[in-house]
Design a protein around this ligand. Structure first.
Ligand code: HEC
Length: 127
């Protein structure tokens, strides 16, 4: 009887101590990806398909540093299919082309705008 009481007491003490050992909630840092911008690509509809298909052979930088129209992107894809073993993109091609043409268009931000010259000055011919 006495031994039973003691072991019950010890069990309670042990579980109390174990509860105390739980890691403090809220203090554990949540794991985050170092790059939340899809390996440098703009986060927009279709970006996951681009990552799936276009990140296998080369870096995404090769994509993000280029600016092309939809026609240009299509011919780049066709060139890779003809010469670099790029596979048929199937139904994903239309979504990928829309993504690329929208986010990596020739006029996209990041490319210098054309200069607008409002007034030309006359050259002094005498000098
Ligand atoms: C099967 C391999 C492969 C896949 C998959 C692939 N590429 Fe390429 N891509 C290449 C190779 C090889 C080059 C040439 C790399 C070089 O010049 O160093 C290239 C070059 C490029 C270039 C540069 C073209 C230029 O004129 O300089 C762009 C842009 C590009 N790829 C975009 C894409 C996009 C978008 C996708 C997804 C639809 C894709 N790639 C998927 C193999 C691939």
């Amino acid at each position: 009887m006495k031994a039973g009481l003691i072991s019950t007491f010890l069990l309670l003490l042990l579980s109390f101590l174990l509860m105390k050992c739980d890691p403090p909630k809220g203090k554990v840092k949540e794991a985050t990806l170092p790059d939340s911008t899809m390996l440098g690509l703009i986060d927009d509809t279709g970006v996951l398909l681009v990552l799936q298909h276009c990140n296998a052979c080369h870096s995404t930088q090769l994509i993000s540093q280029n600016r092309m129209t939809k026609v240009g992107w299509k011919s780049t894809i066709q060139w890779m299919q003809a010469t670099q073993n790029l596979w048929d993109l199937g139904e994903d091609e239309a979504i990928i082309l829309t993504y690329l043409a929208k986010n990596y268009a020739p006029s996209a931000i990041g490319r210098r705008q054309s200069l607008v010259v409002e007034q030309w000055y006359a050259l002094d011919e005498k000098n």
